[in-house]
Design a protein. Structure first.
Length: 96
């Protein structure tokens, strides 16, 4: 079974309200066994015209477990808290 990664680029528009999202998403990550690989560290563009802002990388044991996290009630609460506080771009990627 291969691992899976959720990779997100976040544009925070309301840092105060985004703190609620961070709290609720952290609870969801713990509940679903996400391994936090990257969460908002420094970013350096090496090639191309991509200018990411806040990068998050989560590792899961499988695609199904990553989907279960994303579709969970816990993460749904986080998404509701994020509404109007950030623009999220997120992908699910199968690992090796």
């Amino acid at each position: 079974m291969s691992s899976a990664f959720i990779i997100a680029n976040v544009h925070v528009t309301d840092p105060t309200r985004y703190e609620d999202y961070k709290m609720f998403s952290s609870l969801a990550m713990r509940a679903h066994g996400a391994e936090v690989c990257v969460r908002g560290g420094a970013v350096e563009v090496l090639e191309g015209d991509w200018h990411p802002e806040r990068i998050v990388v989560l590792k899961f044991p499988s695609l199904d477990e990553a989907r279960a996290f994303y579709n969970s009630t816990e993460y749904g609460r986080a998404r509701q808290a994020r509404a109007g506080a950030a623009v999220m771009r997120m992908v699910l990627v199968e690992g090796v």
